[in-house]
Design a protein. Structure first.
Length: 59
């Protein structure tokens, strides 16, 4: 179970970083410190989201 949560968190963090990069490059925004806080927030959210999904699936 720990392995699934770890993999789910990694997938979520990578998904959050890709989403952050796509949105901010599309909007043409600079990478300032406040934007990095937003990026880490996205990564944390999607990491916990996918971690919960992978942990709650039936074996």
């Amino acid at each position: 179970m720990v392995r699934e949560v770890f993999i789910g968190g990694l997938i979520g963090a990578l998904f959050g970083l890709v989403l952050f990069g796509v949105v901010f490059s599309w909007m043409g925004m600079e990478l300032l410190l406040i934007n990095l806080y937003i990026a880490f927030g996205f990564c944390g959210f999607f990491g916990s989201f996918f971690g919960n999904i992978f942990a709650s699936r039936n074996n």
